[in-house]
Design a binder for this molecule. Structure first.
Ligand code: TYD
Ligand code: MG
Length: 457
């Protein structure tokens, strides 16, 4: 005979949702201290009460669903062509970055297409929303606003009004009556999302959730949320800057790493169709340490300016700072330069910045970083009509990166005349007609240094 199952205690980390049978001082998953607290044992969420059914995969093939186009091109591209019916989209970002503004503008754009929408906000009062709408010149009556924050009531309201899109700003303010813990706790956020997910899937109502981001960049508390939703978008940018970037982190219905570029203006967010020109607008010409790199985010090429400042350190340990690029990667490239070119960098402070508040994650940035570091170190500016792009390996070799044609076209379009790239990429390109831009193959970092600054002694 099996022993009767004892009621289990469960402790949940309020930062990341890690579950443990016993209390721990430090969460083994995310490393935060004193974040585990005891929660009611969860009755497994029983989302539907219908008997389970199954069908052959071949019959499950659904017709291509019509997407709801927001008519904001930057947004539609990031979503993979519009909002899929019944999908759950999470938009994360720092407070004050412009999430609520973006959502209101999106709802207004849908309203102009005769799509009624429901905007549920637990963050602000209806009056505050109205003030923002006035500022954005939004006066569409088909946007319904509610300040409800009980998830059961929100679901009832959505079922009554049947909006073409439901926006919930933010998921951290929503709570379920059936759960004991406080709003904003991991259990609440997770359960509320599960209920909204059910609403979306059963009734084909697409839902947009806003989520706050913690200091270390994860959508607050539950990373589990990212697994539950269909699409995760991050709205990023420097609050001191006007550019805002909407980035896809996960998308079940489209490619990831797409970006949308916006500019925060007096009367709301404006789309930027030509980001390269914008990011290069204030580029200093003939200044050491400034290099242009054609980056490809998803399907979109963007030219960015990499800036480096290498100067002798007055401290015992040299400083290393990288903004917009991975600091580890910059450290690695610095080591490669020391070893392969014999430049002495250990006693130099290194500051690296990708201008305009953009963050570049692709390895194609490597060659740009190397060129910028060398240019600043040698105090020799690059020819302003040159762009560089490629990955650098530990042996100092320059390795191939993808989408070269796109990068080349964008560089050509913006009037650049010389493109330093990995030799292995040139072969595919030479057949094509690139008469306005000269392709310069480089195989190693030493070759790059020679091409840019002449023979090194
Ligand atoms: P908001 O959408 O409230 O940010 P979030 O919801 O992400 O917290 O926007 C906050 C900032 O945007 C605020 O500091 C003011 C600025 N802003 C503008 O510059 N122009 C505008 O038209 C609006 C509405 C806001
Ligand atoms: Mg807000």
């Amino acid at each position: 005979m099996q022993p009767a199952k004892k009621q289990q205690h469960i402790f949940i980390c309020s930062e990341c949702g890690y579950e443990s049978r016993k209390w721990l001082g430090r969460c083994p998953d995310c490393g935060s201290w004193d974040s585990l607290s005891e929660q009611q044992p969860k009755s497994s969420p029983r989302l539907g009460r219908k008997a389970a059914t199954a069908q052959p995969l071949t019959q499950a093939v659904a017709e291509e669903q019509e997407r709801l186009r927001t008519q904001i091109n930057e947004m539609d591209r990031v979503l993979g062509g519009g909002i899929v019916p019944g999908s759950l989209v999470l938009i994360g970002g720092d407070p004050g970055i412009g999430k609520s503004t973006l959502i209101l503008q999106l709802l207004a754009s849908l309203a102009r297409q005769e799509c009624p929408t429901l905007y549920v906000t637990g963050e602000e009062s209806a009056r505050q929303i109205r003030m923002r709408a006035d500022r954005l010149h939004i006066h569409e009556a088909s946007i319904a606003v509610s300040t409800e924050n009980c998830v059961e009531a929100i679901i009832d309201l959505a079922l009554q009004t049947r909006p073409a899109l439901l926006a919930v700003d933010s998921i951290q303010t929503v709570f379920s009556e059936e759960i004991g813990s406080a709003p904003g706790s991991v259990t609440q956020v997770r359960e509320s999302t599960a209920r909204l997910l059910h609403l979306a899937k059963e009734n084909h109502i697409p839902i947009l959730l806003v989520g706050h981001v913690t200091k270390d960049g994860a959508i607050a508390g539950p990373r589990v949320l990212e697994h539950m939703v269909d699409t995760v978008l991050y709205f990023e940018g420097d609050r001191g800057q006007v550019f805002r970037i909407l980035r896809t982190v996960k998308n079940r219905f489209g490619s990831t790493n797409e970006i949308g570029v916006f500019e925060m203006k007096e009367s709301g967010l404006a789309e930027v169709d030509n980001p390269s020109a914008l990011f290069l607008a204030e580029r200093p010409v003939n200044v050491p340490g400034s290099v242009v790199m054609p980056s490809v985010e998803g399907t979109r090429p963007i030219l960015v300016e990499v800036q480096a400042l290498v100067s002798r350190s007055s401290l015992g340990t040299a400083r290393r700072t990288a903004i917009g690029a991975d600091p580890q990667r910059v450290a690695l490239l610095t080591a490669v330069l020391e070893k392969k070119l014999g430049v002495t960098l250990f006693d130099h402070d290194i500051f690296l910045n990708v201008a305009g508040g953009v963050r570049i994650v692709e390895p194609a940035l490597d060659l740009g970083v190397v060129a910028a570091l060398l240019s600043s170190f040698f105090e020799r500016p690059l020819d302003p009509s040159t762009v560089v792009c490629g990955e650098v390996g530990l042996a100092g070799e320059v390795r191939a990166v993808g989408q070269m044609e796109l990068r080349l076209r964008e560089a050509g379009r913006l009037g650049f005349t010389s493109f330093l790239m990995p030799e292995s990429c040139c072969k595919q390109l030479q057949k094509k007609d690139n008469k306005d831009i000269q392709i310069v193959p480089v195989r190693t970092v030493s070759e790059l240094a020679e091409r840019l600054f002449g023979p090194q002694s």
